[in-house]
Design a protein around this ligand. Structure first.
Ligand code: SAH
Length: 359
């Protein structure tokens, strides 16, 4: 007989946990009980699963483990409304997760990759290249840890955005699996409509997601008002230019019946003129959507500038005048480098990567 392999329970879907229970000689409903412990209560110690017999627990301990990520660092903004956690993964690589309090919302921004291969020129994570994809368990555990912290304070996460480090659609299956687990009724119970995935514009991924049957929100990082401009800052545009991206957005919108969010990082003197705003309006015309304008958060070594407030306001007003909802996201946490696109880990453990890759 070979050496028995242990399986990590976190990341398995309830029916997979049922199959596992059966394969271990237990009744299948045990699988759901285990799921409720791990995903609902955030249990990491099999001995706490008191509705399982001691014998069953011992068997589980022999044959399985439960991932338990811990933050190695946390940084709070001065106003106490945003905290950035640095989670260490089992292979000692690290990812960042950002929790934001905003009125009644507690939004958690989750990372899907260590680094990112897309090399958007205005983004810090892109400077790392892709180190590796996260597993479903590693994405989910960012949420489970933060929920445990909040629940002790009679608080809870209300919204999740897959908008941290990485391009979620380049890690498709684990991301979808993690989303299903976040939504689990006896798990974290994050409403499916309160989960948003943000993509730099991976067209095949958007089309696949539109068939997935998950009513999650889709945010698309448009960031430019024409292809010439977008080519200069987002290499992915050379593969899937704006027209193809907007076609995919239309399909997603029609299939899911949800408004699309277009994100637009404002770079002063580059994409923030009134003409840009007018072109943007023309591009999205006919797509039920809103536009989220994000004044650029500075990162080292990049030649961009954040626009002054009047320019930001003029940009937003021009969009609003065309009857399209526009909001400005003055990034929460930019004083602790937790704003959009500022998430970066020194690449001490990273593999080297030559150019941007898309698939
Ligand atoms: N890869 C995904 C999710 C991560 S980036 C995507 O591209 O959507 C999340 C958002 O932050 C994107 O809208 C991106 O355009 C924006 N962003 C990246 N760098 C930024 C920066 N330095 N300042 C402001 N927004 C930034």
């Amino acid at each position: 007989m070979g050496i028995e392999q242990t399986v990590d329970l976190k990341g398995l879907l309830p029916d997979e946990l049922e199959d596992l229970a059966v394969s271990m000689g237990m009744a299948s409903y045990r699988g759901r009980q285990i799921a409720a412990w791990i995903y609902g209560k955030g249990t990491t110690d099999i001995d706490e699963m008191t509705n399982l017999s001691k014998e069953v627990r011992n068997q589980l301990k022999e044959q399985s483990t439960i991932l338990n990520l811990q933050p190695v660092k946390e940084v709070w903004t001065e106003d106490g409304k945003t905290v950035k956690y640095l989670f260490e993964l089992p292979d000692r690589r690290r990812v960042e997760t950002v929790l934001m309090w905003d009125g009644k919302r507690r939004t958690l921004c989750i990372s899907s990759q260590v680094g990112c291969p897309l090399d958007c020129h205005f983004c810090a994570t892109g400077k790392m290249g892709l180190v590796r994809n996260l597993t479903a368990g590693e994405m989910l555990d960012q949420l489970i840890w933060v929920r445990r912290f909040l629940l002790e304070r009679d608080d809870d996460v209300t919204n999740v955005v897959m908008m941290g480090m990485g391009e979620p659609l380049l890690n498709y299956d684990p991301v979808v699996r993690a989303i299903r687990l976040m939504n689990l009724s006896y798990g974290p119970q994050i409403g499916i409509r309160r989960i948003t995935l943000s993509t730099a514009g991976h067209v095949p991924g958007i089309l696949r997601l539109s068939e997935e049957g998950l009513k999650i929100g889709l945010a698309i990082s448009l960031n430019a008002s024409n292809d010439v401009q977008r080519d200069q800052i987002m290499p992915i545009n050379k593969k899937w230019p704006i027209a193809a991206l907007l076609d995919a957005a239309r399909i997603y919108q029609q299939n899911l019946g949800r408004r699309i969010t277009f994100e637009y990082v404002l770079l002063h003197g580059f994409n923030d003129s009134r003409e840009d705003a007018n072109r943007l309006v023309e591009l999205v015309k006919g797509i039920p959507c809103k536009i989220n304008v994000i004044p650029w958060n500075p990162i080292d070594g990049e030649p961009f500038r954040r626009p002054p407030r009047p320019v930001i306001e003029q940009f937003v007003e021009t969009i609003a005048d065309a009857c399209i909802t526009a909001t400005v996201r003055y990034s929460k946490g930019d004083d602790i480098a937790a704003g959009c696109g500022q998430l970066f880990q020194a690449p001490s453990l990273s593999t080297s990567q030559s150019g941007p890759t898309f698939c």
